[in-house]
Design a protein around this ligand. Structure first.
Ligand SMILES: CC(C)(COP(=O)(O)OP(=O)(O)OC[C@H]1O[C@@H](n2cnc3c(N)ncnc32)[C@H](O)[C@@H]1OP(=O)(O)O)[C@@H](O)C(=O)NCCC(=O)NCCS
Length: 171
């Protein structure tokens, strides 16, 4: 399969925060942001694999900053690493200052998608070649995150998680 770069899958979605999408403090409701991130991430995974993709897990979400009503929110998603049939997708969320237009990082998240065929059976995805320093860092750490996600989901025994053991046990 032809290798791809994170730029090939990069998906950028910009939208407003409307009153129906806020909590009682007039900030963006967390579930609404999760849905926006899931949409952008699934398009990125589809662009990388050119297959039907399903969300396998949400590995990490940090709601570091609240997003006020009326904000212009940009959700940026790109594949950070491929495995055999699964893809890690890194999502960065930015808000734009109304006056200066300057972007500030508000949140980030990491989702895992699996490419499937028409019957829902996992199917192979193309390899990813990271290019920038940040893409290479995210690529390098992704195996550790995959193993952690599988251990937490009860799909991998802790003793098989080589990357995690390397963090805690010296050889
Ligand atoms: C995701 C799904 C296809 C995985 O099916 P499965 O029978 O576990 O298939 P496999 O064991 O072959 O796993 C497929 C890949 O997903 C990965 N995976 C499965 N669960 C995972 C998890 N919790 N975290 C990270 N990766 C996971 C596996 O490691 C494997 O990756 P690889 O082939 O790249 O090494 C299946 O569970 C499914 O269809 N789930 C529902 C998805 C859905 O509807 N999402 C929307 C929720 S509303």
């Amino acid at each position: 399969m032809e290798p791809k770069t994170p730029s090939d899958s990069r998906t950028i979605m910009t939208d407003l925060v409307l009153p129906s999408e806020t909590n009682p403090l007039n900030n963006l409701f967390g579930g609404e942001l999760l849905a926006r991130m899931d949409r952008a991430a699934s398009i990125a995974a589809r662009r990388h694999s050119r297959r039907i993709v399903v969300t396998a897990s949400v590995n990490h979400v940090a709601f570091n900053r609240s997003v006020p009503l009326g904000s212009v929110v940009t959700v940026e998603a790109a594949i950070s690493r491929n495995f055999r049939t699964s893809m890690e997708v890194f999502i960065d969320v930015w808000i734009e200052d109304r006056f200066s237009g300057q972007r500030t990082k508000a949140n980030e998240a990491i989702y895992t998608f699996v490419a499937v065929d028409d019957t829902g059976k996992p199917t192979e995805v193309p390899p990813l070649i990271p290019e920038t320093k940040q893409e290479k860092e995210r690529y390098a750490a992704a195996l550790r995150r995959k193993q952690l996600s599988l251990v937490l989901a009860g799909k991998m025994k802790p003793e098989e998680a080589t990357e995690l053991k390397a963090l805690f046990v010296s050889s």
